[in-house]
Design a protein around this ligand. Structure first.
Ligand code: SF4
Length: 323
């Protein structure tokens, strides 16, 4: 009989290095900003999380997110090295490319990360990011990653509504993608319509037509993908700000093992019949005055979560993500 243990799979495990960023993009649900707390995830914590989780689960991909991960470059290199020790097939990160201001620094950064084990990098570019960072800076960063031989390089763009919807943001984003795709021929672009939550709910709401339609259930929670932030909060990767435990207090494997999305006090409502509408009703019961309509289901959901926050300590967290 084989003695191999078949481990359960976690498709994607990400560490949120910090909520700080060089920019304060209008569309960003996480509200990353230069004004966010200067707190970063601790290397010792990540070492503990990795040891624990890899003993119990098979991890498909590890990501290092922010804020802007390159703001903590030395830490980032150590974190990538740590993930590499466990032979994770894909180790990646998204960046806004601000570090391409100087070609030789960009080259040095890209080489160090490649040597550490990074094999996947996404450049966040669109009308929102390019309000802060010139395309020439991003181009230098992209070139440095090509020259360093990082295997998967792609662009990540967010649109207001679907990418075919005509508005000034999407038109500008399209121009940015065209310029970069011409210069770097093999670059793929992943385009997603942004969720109207976090800062987007405040800054971009007026660009949407409000609707009163009933939204579908939110079923992303079925896929095993998780994120841990600097405070130890563990979220499902597709929706941050709804915690399933705190890995500084309890083992990460145990938190994930015990996570039953149907029984979670908030996620259970999102996956049940009625979906995010259930949260809206919970908020109304507590005194929330609903809007006449919402831009999308995340807008409705986030508005309810933001109101319900004081009633769900340790679940609707951390304050960095809410108003
Ligand atoms: S509807 Fe709610 S739970 Fe679903 S992705 Fe949007 S904000 Fe997250």
């Amino acid at each position: 009989m084989s003695e191999d243990i078949i481990k359960k799979k976690i498709t994607f495990l990400t560490f949120l290095i910090s909520y700080r960023c060089t920019n304060e993009c209008k569309h960003y649900a996480l509200q990353a900003s230069p004004k966010q707390d200067n707190i970063s995830i601790e290397l010792e914590d990540v070492k503990r999380y990795m040891k624990d989780i890899t003993s119990n689960y098979d991890i498909g991909e590890v990501g290092f997110f922010g804020g802007e991960p390159f703001l903590y470059f030395d830490l980032l290199v150590s974190l990538v090295e740590e993930a590499k020790k466990y032979d994770i097939p894909k180790i990646g990160l998204p960046t806004n490319g601000f570090w391409g201001k100087n070609s030789s620094i960009a080259k040095d950064y890209a080489l160090k990360l490649k040597e550490a084990g990074l094999n996947h990098i996404g450049f966040s570019i669109d009308a929102f990011h390019q309000e802060f960072i010139s395309l020439d800076v991003v181009k230098r960063a992209i070139k440095a990653t090509y020259d360093a031989g990082i295997e998967w390089i792609h662009l990540i763009a967010h649109t207001v509504g679907s990418k075919n919807e005509k508005n000034s943001f999407n038109e500008q984003t399209k121009k940015i993608i065209d310029v970069l795709s011409k210069e770097f021929e093999s670059l793929e672009t992943i385009t997603t319509d942004l969720q109207v939550k976090g800062r987007a709910a405040r800054e971009l709401e007026r660009n949407y037509t409000m609707t009163t339609k009933l939204f579908d259930r939110c079923l992303y929670f079925k896929t095993p993908m998780f994120m841990i932030d600097p405070y130890g909060w563990v979220f499902h990767q597709s929706c941050l700000g709804i915690c399933i435990g705190n890995a500084k207090k309890k083992s990460l494997s145990e938190i994930i093992e015990n996570f039953n999305y149907r029984k979670h006090p908030i996620i259970g409502k999102l996956v049940a019949k009625g979906g995010p509408q259930n949260l809206l009703e919970m908020a109304i019961e507590k005194g929330y005055k609903p809007q006449d309509g919402y831009a999308d289901k995340c807008h409705l959901c986030f508005s309810a979560l933001n109101y319900l926050r004081p009633y769900y300590p340790n679940i609707i967290e951390p304050s960095n993500l809410y108003f």
